[in-house]
Design a protein. Structure first.
Length: 298
């Protein structure tokens, strides 16, 4: 016999009220995280996550039966859209603008377990983020933090500041806030330079081979994902995987301590953020024009 579900729970959001249906539905059964706990954790994440999602193209992945169930990607705003949710239409798609706590919790109540955003803002052709994906070819890769550290060392040698963040899956993404100016093409060439340099320097660790079947155990430096409108895992998004991992920015000191990406999850992320704050938000935007010019002369 199926146990009875709890009655809906009403959450007060200032003058607004959001009804959470099926609040005890388990979304991550392995950790006992139900829908109500998930939505409340999103509220804790909101001050840190929203600065990285507001005004950007948003893709959500919804899992109505929890992370292990069927899922679907969504770019168009779900209907009906509450009056407090702002939307922007671009290219025939009506995007949700994820810029407020009520909007985030509403999306969570619709079983959006992942939030992916673009590196440029809606209506702006030039990006203000540069990201390099460090993607292991092996499901368990003990060298992933070593790989991230080598990327960081090269960027630091160029006078650039960046922040590594777990993807929430198996990889690492190196994120750089940048002053708008360089185009996507410029920055993809920059990523190509970084990736090919590291691959030539350490061919036993890195590859730029696109086909996974041809990589062996090498770690893939994926600079090719960097395109207008392309969405990547937002900082602090949960991921629909066992253990409820969260895409978490790290300090370089933490990278050198070799943590596991799975160490950062929905059960401990709020405490971490209260202690460390938003490491990406603390980074000043980098000016890449001189670096790009120097690379162009090589």
């Amino acid at each position: 016999m199926t146990p009875a579900m709890m009655s809906p729970v009403a959450l007060r959001l200032g003058e607004r009220e959001l009804t959470i249906s099926h609040p005890d539905k388990l979304l991550w059964p392995d950790l006992g995280i139900d829908k109500l706990q998930y939505v409340r954790t999103l509220a804790d994440l909101a001050p840190y996550m929203l600065p990285h999602t507001e005004g950007r193209y948003l893709t959500t992945i919804r899992f109505p039966e929890g992370y292990a169930g069927k899922s679907f990607y969504q770019k168009n705003a779900p209907a009906p859209v509450p009056e407090f949710v702002r939307t922007e239409t671009e290219g025939g798609i009506r995007y949700v603008v994820l810029d407020s706590l009520p909007t985030l919790l509403w999306m969570g109540s619709l079983y959006a377990l992942e939030f992916h955003v673009s590196c440029e803002r809606i209506g702006q052709p030039l990006p203000d983020r540069w990201i390099l994906d460090i993607d292991p070819s092996l499901e368990v890769e003990p060298r992933i933090m070593e790989a991230a550290d080598k990327v960081g060392d090269l960027l630091h040698s160029l006078g650039l500041e960046a922040v590594p963040k777990t993807s929430g899956a198996t990889g690492i993404q190196v994120v750089m806030r940048i002053e708008p100016g360089p185009s996507y093409d410029d920055l993809r060439r920059f990523g190509k330079f970084i990736s090919e340099y590291l691959t030539a320097k350490d061919p036993q660790l890195f590859t730029v081979e696109r086909l996974k079947k041809n990589r062996g155990s090498l770690i893939y430096l994926d600079y090719l994902q960097y395109y207008p409108g392309r969405t990547l895992a937002a900082a602090y998004t949960p991921r629909a995987r066992p253990g409820a991992p969260v895409s978490t920015p790290l300090g370089w000191d933490e990278v050198r301590a070799n943590p596991r990406p799975s160490d950062f999850n929905l059960l401990n992320i709020a405490a971490r953020l209260r202690q460390r704050g938003d490491l990406i938000g603390q980074m000043r935007p980098q000016r890449l024009a001189d670096v790009l010019s120097g690379i162009g002369r090589t």
